[in-house]
Design a binder for this molecule. Sequence first.
Ligand code: UD1
Length: 446
Amino acid sequence: MAFELLRRSSADAPHSPTCSSPSSDIGTPGTERSVLFEGTFDASLDNLHNQYILVTGGLGFIGSHTSLELLKSGYNVIVIDDLSNSFRTVFDRVQLLAQRYHTAQGTKCPTIQLHDVDYRNIPALCTLLDAHKTTFPWEATPRSSIIGVIHFAAFKAVEESIRQPLKYYSNNVSGLIDFTSTLGAYGIKNFIFSSSATVYGTVANKGVPLREEHCVHRPETFPGTAELVEQGCTGITNPYGRTKWMCEAILSDLAFSDPEWTIVALRYFNPIGCDESGLLGEDPKGIPTNLLPVVVKVMTGQFDQLSMFGTDWDTPDGTAVRDFIHVTDLARGHIAALATATKGELRENFRTFNLGTGTGNSVTDVVEAMETVSQKPIPRKAVGRRAGDVGSCVAMAGRSQEELKWKTEKTLRDACEDIVNFLRVREEEQKLLQQGQGGVVAEVSS
Ligand code: UD1
């Protein structure tokens, strides 16, 4: 497998969409539809050897699992990740797992490269994009060998966003504007955006499964009725959530203004679990706030007990209900979205999709499932509701099933088993490291 690591200082990131090289020589036909949207750019696996998917935040929890699934599906991957909430070793592990997979299949493993840089560092981005311009003798202007972008890089801590909203608007919203402006200048207009069920705001509390039409950016009629749904949002409870909604709205406007763009916004419900190998997991830097990482801290003795935020919600057991989706299923949703977009099969050039199972489980259900699988008690106490939480948030999964030909395959129990396996593997690795043996990282470099 080819391997590159490009390291740049994020200190020199100017946070401006100005390229170090002029983009005026880059062909961006203004009136035709995207070659990708038309499906004339052959994205079949046979022809992917010199084509790339750019993945920002590709070493984070969801990003790393998606990078792995992209490699398994035959795509070359370019990761941009500044390691602010991820680790360099994750790159080695993704590479190792992809190699193992392709060796077992008897197929050639695609390439993955890492650019250790803030996605807002526009000069660094331009250098990368310049290196991927391809000239064909029969075309006047170069085109990019990057056939699609999956954009994960963003801040995501709800509570922090309430305390530091500008940090969130700057990175998540301003960053997206500069990023897409630059991509557009290079003619790279096939874009998958990491959105969230948070865009449904307090509509989630209505107790009905959430469907994409509950939050739209252009007026639509509700399926099966004449009911008009107007663009906008209802009761988004925190700045993080608003950044996701704003980014979707910006991308919708961009797609409307320029039909060359093909944009998919994937609304994630609650991703949990990890790759079944136990080599990738959810490992946030700093103090975790999401449910499963906190549960893991309790299981490993780093936290005394789990605080269960709110036991008085209008739900069967009083604890909040979420649609917990296995992260490998979620990652595969991106592959399905990419395939649909590159084949030109999206119904509109901006389309939102829920990525969820369609089934809700309560916080208590999750904790009890982890206790059953790990055979360990998880100490917990009931405390008051957390600021910005909603009582229930469950997907209607029909649109993704029908239009992306994707559905979840893994269960809550699978996710718990994979997390327990991840903890076991990590413990064994730590023992090996203490004994001076290299563990998985040694296997990568051998
Ligand atoms: C939130 C966001 C979601 C975002 C995700 C990523 C909202 C409404 N939801 O999801 O969009 O993608 O964060 O960070 O903005 N819980 C406890 N104890 C804990 C931790 C969590 O009881 O120590 C409970 C929470 O109160 C909640 C449930 O577990 O009811 C799930 O929480 P969490 O994993 O943080 O995800 P969400 O809040 O659903």
